[in-house]
Design a protein around this ligand. Structure first.
Ligand SMILES: Nc1ncnc2c1ncn2[C@@H]1O[C@H](COP(=O)(O)OP(=O)(O)OP(=O)(O)O)[C@@H](O)[C@H]1O
Length: 308
């Protein structure tokens, strides 16, 4: 059984009335990995994850989680997985840390509750009821509840949405520790830096399907490895710039006044671009050479911005 993937989805379809939220999605998540499911709002990430958790029944296709059917074998599966939903899932009148202690007691080998409370910055809200916690505290409590039982497989749905940088990093550290302890972690996110930082494998989802899959490095390979970005007045004559660039290079105005030059990157190319700017009397501001990111990959695959 240990050889089966943590999650195996084939041809998943899920509809809400006339809306097809998931449209023939295939996904395989290996055990012991952190896997990101990355995509824009409405791509079908939450629906897919909720189907894995047994909260939604597929209209077509098969879903196996730790080798089990999440609907028919829910009783066997539930104790082995941890779930952090986008919308709480916690009784609003419950006291935060008591609730966590109670949850810990339901498991054979829970994490140390005090240490978990400390590292997630929840120590000051020991007796506060869930409804009185701030949004960020509620989110961190939901994360703690998902992991306190040391589940084999943890689903985190946008765990860091709206968190401050410190809490985001604490969350990332916790995810890394879970993997170190052998757990499989599935994270949905539309923050590409989160996927790049955390994930061994990334699945890019759009319109209810996985459109690309691989490690962040694999996905960012292919195409130009890096690009040069600068800002200047809108509407520069990129046709004229293209004439001085090497063969195969391209220049693009991503948004008014925001330019990207893609070409094999070397010091000469930077000099060529800045020389051209000098010639046309433009000061290139915020000139940077950037490694190709998952955001660029998504843009190339779909022609749209990840957060549009
Ligand atoms: N209960 C529901 N009833 C009707 N439509 C729904 C329901 N839940 C989701 N949808 C629709 O299904 C599509 C996929 O939604 P889903 O929440 O799975 O996407 P998502 O990728 O998780 O988005 P987000 O990043 O915004 O959470 C969206 O168009 C959404 O409006």
């Amino acid at each position: 059984m240990q050889n089966t993937p943590a999650v195996e989805i084939a041809g998943l379809v899920k509809r809400y009335g006339a809306k097809t939220a998931v449209d023939g999605l295939d996904l395989r998540i290996e055990r012991g990995t952190v896997t990101a499911v990355l995509g824009p709002n409405g791509a079908g990430k939450t629906t897919t994850i909720e189907t894995c958790e047994g909260y939604r029944r597929p209209d077509a296709g098969t879903v196996r989680v730790l080798g089990l059917d999440p609907v028919r074998e829910a009783a066997e599966l539930r104790p082995r997985i941890g779930v952090m939903l986008q919308a709480g899932g916690v009784y609003p009148g419950a006291r935060a840390v008591e609730m966590l202690r109670h949850t810990a007691k339901l498991h054979a080998h829970p994490l140390d509750v005090d240490a978990l409370v400390e590292r997630l910055g929840l120590a000051s809200c020991g007796r506060t009821t869930y409804r009185r916690l701030s949004g960020g505290q509620q989110q961190r409590l939901a994360l703690a509840m998902a992991v306190v039982g040391r589940p084999e497989l943890v689903f985190l749905d946008e765990p860091t949405a709206g968190l401050d940088p410190q809490a985001r990093h604490a969350t990332w550290e916790l995810v890394r520790d879970l993997r170190r302890d052998g757990a499989t972690v599935v994270v949905t996110t539309h923050y590409m830096d989160e996927a790049e930082q955390l994930a061994d494998a990334v699945n890019i989802v759009d319109h209810g399907r996985v459109i690309a899959t691989g490690s962040p490095e694999e996905l960012c390979r292919g195409g130009a490895e890096s690009s040069l970005h600068f800002q200047g007045p809108a509407g520069l004559d990129l046709g004229a710039l293209a004439k001085v660039l090497p063969d195969g290079a391209s220049a693009l105005e991503l948004a008014p006044g925001n330019y990207r030059v893609e070409a094999p990157m070397d010091p000469k190319l930077v000099a060529t671009v800045t020389a051209w700017c000098a010639e046309v009397g433009v000061l290139p501001e915020k000139l940077t050479v950037q490694r190709r990111s998952l955001e660029d990959v998504f843009l190339e695959l779909t022609g749209r911005d990840l957060r549009s």
